[in-house]
Design a protein around this ligand. Structure first.
Ligand code: TRP
Length: 328
């Protein structure tokens, strides 16, 4: 069966755009392929300096991933730092990639430009080597990524091919695949930008744990368009079309069909808000249960990391053996 790896950094809380745009497809995808989902806390360490933060955000993200429906018996959900093979293979990957190649990574250039005047860790520079380890450890055939990550998959392929050339056929060379398209979820205050928690105010962003009242309020205040007709046209009517897209995603229907049922903005906003509240309610209930039972959450993560380690340790052993390191 095709092995798929996706990873997510535990930075910040999950919002509706993350869920409808991507994470919901992880849930349906778990029955189609052999999926591994890593919470990559060590990657987040490249830009995290405060103590006590990463463990907490990792736990919350794990609870959310299980709450939306990832089944630990079906999908392998693990925390990167619980699988020491990542950093062990990461070093081997660092020795298989060149300084020049790492210097050409556009994400490194962007991130360092943004962090001007701040501490720039060497980890930010060698990050792609750790990411390559994440991928090849699991013999992943496919890595679903957005355009911003394509260069990292390219370099992973280059590293794997070079390793195989030097030490014999050992690593599976992965492929970047385009994730199944999720819903278009735009910022409620700026319907021409994607919903994101970094936008100026949080009024345009629905967090997965928002309570029903604030969800209703955010929808009520959503920016709409200057005339007062309801029809679906992303260019001419970005605000209304975005509300229709969200309502369609929450109710599994089509935005165009929904548009014919409304003549005014008010009821559309109210229905979109209600639909999201209804969709999030069971997720929030499961989340609260899990986050209140740290022992159970820990157990679920151990199921994942045990399964991950079985695969990862076999790959690392294969790599050490191919290199010809002296067996311990
Ligand atoms: N670099 C990815 C990001 O910033 C996260 C990531 C780490 C990743 N390891 C990965 C993604 C392995 C895919 C596969 O989003």
């Amino acid at each position: 069966m095709t092995r798929v790896l996706s990873c997510i950094q535990p930075t910040g809380d999950v919002h509706l755009g993350n869920y409808l745009g991507a994470l919901r497809n992880w849930v349906s995808g778990q029955h189609e392929k052999d999926v591994f989902h890593g919470i990559v806390d060590l990657h987040a360490l490249t830009v995290t300096e405060q103590p006590g933060v990463l463990g907490e955000t990792t736990l919350k993200l794990a609870a959310m991933l299980f709450a939306i429906g990832l089944d630990p018996e079906v999908a392998t959900v693990f925390v990167q730092s619980h699988v020491p093979e990542h950093t062990q293979l990461g070093w081997v990957m660092e020795c298989t990639v060149s300084y020049g190649e790492l210097s050409r990574m556009t994400q490194f250039k962007d991130k360092t430009a943004k962090r001007e005047g701040h501490f720039i860790s060497a980890g930010l520079f060698t990050y792609p080597a750790l990411q390559a380890a994440d991928i090849v450890l699991y013999d992943a055939n496919e890595v679903p990524v957005g355009d911003d990550q394509r260069q990292h998959i390219e370099i992973t392929r280059d590293i794997a091919i070079r390793f195989n050339h030097r030490f014999g056929d050992t690593l599976v060379v992965p492929e970047a695949v385009t994730p199944k398209a999720g819903a278009r979820v735009m910022d409620l205050q700026d319907p021409t930008s994607k919903m994101s928690k970094s936008s100026e105010s949080d009024a345009g962003c629905i967090m997965m744990l928002d309570d029903p009242k604030s969800i209703a309020k955010k929808f009520k205040r959503a920016v709409t368009d200057s005339d007062s007709e309801v029809y679906y046209d992303v260019k001419a009517k970005p605000g209304v079309s975005s509300l229709l897209d969200i309502l369609a995603a929450a109710t599994d229907s089509s935005a165009e069909a929904l548009a014919t049922q409304y003549t005014q903005y008010g009821p559309l906003k109210a229905d979109a808000g209600e639909a999201i509240v209804a969709m999030l309610e069971p997720i929030q209930a499961r989340y609260r249960e899990l986050i209140g039972d740290k022992a159970e959450l820990g157990r679920l993560l151990r199921v994942g990391s045990d399964r991950a380690r079985t695969v990862a340790s076999a790959t690392l052993a294969r790599v050490y053996d191919a290199i010809g390191l002296l067996p311990a």
